[in-house]
Design a protein around this ligand. Sequence first.
Ligand code: FES
Length: 135
Amino acid sequence: MENPAQWPEHPAAPAPGQRLIALAEIPDGQGREVVLPAPEGGKPLRLMVLRVGDTARAYVNACRHFGVPLNVRPDHPFVDPGDGSIVCQVHYARYAVEDGRCLGGDCEDRGLAPVPVCVRDGQVCVAAMPGRPPP
Ligand code: FES
């Protein structure tokens, strides 16, 4: 998947309504990685899910610099508590939590690929995507 925005075409792409993680598993203001296994041993789809109070945001876990995951550990919180931005641990590009836009560094105006999510009964789930039927 060269372009992270093409995630809906990934073999492991979650369907609208699919549960990703319990909101309570993510400390407020931080994120957690969710790895969705691909069928038949293919490459998994790696997402980051970020908690903002009672809401959540999600992005494909692929830095727009080299296309690699932003975290170096599975439990990495993704968000810098100093300025509240998402930070890539490879070369420290920074992205905005609210919309994934590049804030500085080697992302050079290329933002993270968003995955629409909602919180339902305490679970972060994939939301309806434009042009597709609701869950
Ligand atoms: S790979 Fe993320 S900043 Fe270089």
